[in-house]
Design a protein around this ligand. Structure first.
Ligand code: GLN
Length: 248
């Protein structure tokens, strides 16, 4: 089994160790005998044909402004790929740029790729801290996802859009709606850094399995791994999110 992984703008959008998400995915893939072919895609680089997984990290307004026009041009290709079942994980600044636009703190409107049904406008304050959300990646199976957020952007989902989850502690999309992130088929956008996946192995495997489904046409059964350390990291982040006195 082999999946093609497109890592967009690794030189510009990679804060809070977002690159660590790759290490987790390739490590968990290797443990199951899945080869992960990582293709770095910079400004003006071609996207790999038939990519199974698109990944884009977070960044400051300045770096986002440098990549936004290039990413916006790829909106149609990524939208079709998502409609075809490809996986997307977009974190914070990358998440914002997959919407229609991001109006940053300088008031500049950065074009978005229009893949996700949302837009973002920077506020005067930053939303910072540990976050705990509750979500249902699979219908009927509730789980928690934890991470760290630091953003000025307030993301507004379209009325019919599906959030990734409900905020249990923390700010999430805008500190108001009570929701965090957005999902569309196998595409997930989230404000959760940290990096996200080391402390959320269930989410990592969910993404991995869908990438294999896209590559092979069948959903694999991934052998469980010893996630004791990941479980501890999840518990520590959960306690921190509660301790910060966010929503309950
Ligand atoms: N620059 C964006 C904001 O401030 C995204 C920040 C990030 O990726 N952490 O909202």
């Amino acid at each position: 089994m082999r999946i093609v992984f497109a890592h967009l703008y690794p030189d510009y959008l990679n804060i809070y160790a977002d690159r660590g998400n790759l290490a987790v995915l390739s490590g968990r893939a290797r443990c199951r005998g899945i080869a992960m072919e990582v293709r770095e895609v910079g400004l003006g680089d071609p996207l790999p044909d038939g990519a199974d997984f698109f990944y884009i990290g977070g960044g400051q307004d300045r770096e986002q402004a440098l990549v936004a026009p290039d990413l916006a041009e790829r909106g149609g290709v990524i939208t079709s790929a998502v409609a075809g079942g490809a996986v997307v994980l977009a974190v914070c600044g990358g998440y914002q740029l997959l919407g229609r636009f991001y109006r940053d703190r300088s008031g500049q409107e950065q074009p978005g790729a229009g893949v996700l049904p949302l837009h973002t406008v920077a506020g005067d304050t930053r939303l910072i801290g540990d976050v705990l959300i509750e979500c249902e990646l699979e219908q009927g199976h509730r789980q928690t996802v934890v991470g760290f957020e630091n953003h000025a952007g307030r993301t507004i989902l379209d009325a019919a859009a599906e959030p990734l989850g409900r905020v249990v502690a923390g700010f999430g999309n805008d500190g108001e709606s009570g929701f965090e992130g957005c999902r569309l088929d196998n595409a997930i956008g989230t404000y959760l850094h940290g990096p996200l996946l080391p402390r959320n192995p269930e989410l990592a495997d969910w993404l991995l399995a869908r990438a294999v489904l896209h590559a092979t046409g069948s959903l694999p059964h991934l052998e469980p791994l010893d996630d004791a350390i990941e479980g501890e990291a999840h518990a520590v982040s959960t306690a921190r999110a509660y301790a910060r006195g966010g929503r309950r």
